[in-house]
Design a protein around this ligand. Structure first.
Ligand code: NAD
Length: 260
C-alpha cells in the first residue's frame, strides 16, 4: 500500500514509534528512523528492518528539541526520497510531578519534544508534500490531548496543543491532498509508561502495583493496555485511500477512557 513512499517517524527507536515504522515498512514504505539509544543497537535495528522488509531504511539522530537539527533531518530525507510522504510526529517524553514542584527544565523539554517539534517537522515537510499534492501527517497525541490527569501539567498542555495544531494544519492543507490527524492512545505498556510508574507511586504515596491497577488501568474501562500493534494498524489505515476524507480528526484508541 505504501510502496515507493517515504515515511519518517520521530522517536522510532522504541515503543509506539518503532511499531509504526515496522508496520509502514511491512506495507513497502522506505523508512527514516529517528530517536535516541545505543548507536550499535540502532544500526542493528535499521539493517534488520531493511533486509526483513526489503525497503530502504535510514536513520537520523536529530534531537527533537533542536529546530536546526529537525530542519536538517527533513531536508536530508527530501533529498534522498523526494519527499517525506508520511510524517509521524511521535517522539515524546513524560515527567510526573505536582505543578508547583514541576522542574522548569522538564516543562521546557516536554513542550519542546512533545509539541514544538511537530511544528518544526510539519513546516519543513509540507512544501514537498504540496508539490506532490499528496501527504499524510499523523501526530501521536494521547488521551491526554482530550482529558487531563493530575501531576502531568506539561504533558497534558503539550498534548492538548498537538490536538490544536492538528486541526489548524488540517484546515490549511485540506484542498491539497494532504491529511492531518492525531491518534490519541490510552495507556500502552512501553518504556515511557514503565518509567513513570515509580514517580507516580511517589507523587501519590502508593505502591507501583497500585499505580498499574488503580491509576493506569483504572482509567481504561477495558482494563487492558492498548497494544503498539493496534496503534500502528490505525496509523497504517490513516495513510490509505479509504482514509482520504479523514482529516483534522483527533482519534481516541484508549479502551473507552475518554468516553467517561
Ligand atoms: P518510548 O519512550 O518507548 O519512545 C519514545 C521515543 O522518543 C524513543 O525512540 C526516544 O528515543 C524518542 N525521543 C525521546 N526524546 C527525544 C528527542 N529529544 N529527540 C528525538 N527522539 C526522542 O515512548 P512511547 O510510549 O512509545 O511514546 C511514543 C509517543 O506516544 C509519545 O509521544 C507519547 O506521548 C505517546 N503516547 C504514549 C502512550 C503510552 O501509554 N505509552 C500513550 C499515549 C501517547
Amino acid at each position: 500500500m505504501l510502496k515507493g513512499k517515504a515515511a519518517l517517524v520521530t522517536g522510532s527507536t522504541s515503543g509506539i514509534g518503532l511499531g509504526i515504522a515496522r508496520a509502514f515498512a511491512a506495507q513497502g514504505a522506505n523508512i527514516i528512523l529517528n530517536g535516541f539509544g545505543d548507536a550499535a543497537q540502532i544500526e542493528a535495528l535499521r539493517s534488520a528492518l531493511a533486509s526483513e522488509m526489503k525497503v530502504e531504511v535510514s536513520y537520523s539522530s536529530a534531537d527533537m528539541r533542536n529546530p536546526a537539527a529537525i530542519e536538517e533531518m527533513i531536508s536530508g530525507a527530501v533529498a534522498r526520497f523526494g519527499a517525506v510522504d508520511v510524517l509521524v510526529n511521535n517522539a515524546g517524553i513524560q515527567h510526573v510531578a505536582p505543578v508547583d514542584e514541576f522542574p522548569i527544565d522538564k516543562w521546557d523539554a516536554i513542550i519542546g519534544i512533545n509539541l514544538s517539534s511537530s511544528f518544526h517537522t510539519i513546516r519543513a515537510a509540507l512544501p514537498a508534500m504540496k508539490a506532490k499534492k499528496w501527504g499524510r501527517i499523523i501526530n501521536i497525541a494521547s488521551a491526554h490531548a482530550l482529558v487531563a490527569s493530575p501531576f502531568k501539567s506539561a504533558y497534558v498542555a503539550a498534548k492538548h496543543g498537538v490536538a490544536g495544531l492538528t486541526k489548524a494544519v488540517a484546515l490549511e492543507v485540506a484542498e491539497q491532498g494532504i491529511t492531518v490527524n492525531a491518534i490519541c492512545p490510552g495507556y500502552v505498556l512501553t518504556p515511557l509508561v514503565q518509567n513513570q510508574i515509580p514517580d507516580t507511586a511517589r507523587a501519590r504515596g502508593i505502591t507501583e502495583a497500585e499505580v498499574v491497577k488503580n491509576v493506569l488501568l483504572a482509567a481504561q474501562p477495558t482494563k487492558q493496555f492498548v497494544t503498539v500493534e493496534q496503534v500502528a494498524a490505525l496509523a497504517v489505515f490513516l495513510t490509505g485511500d479509504a482514509a482520504a476524507s479523514i482529516t483534522g480528526a483527533v482519534m481516541p484508541i484508549d479502551g473507552g477512557w475518554t468516553a467517561h
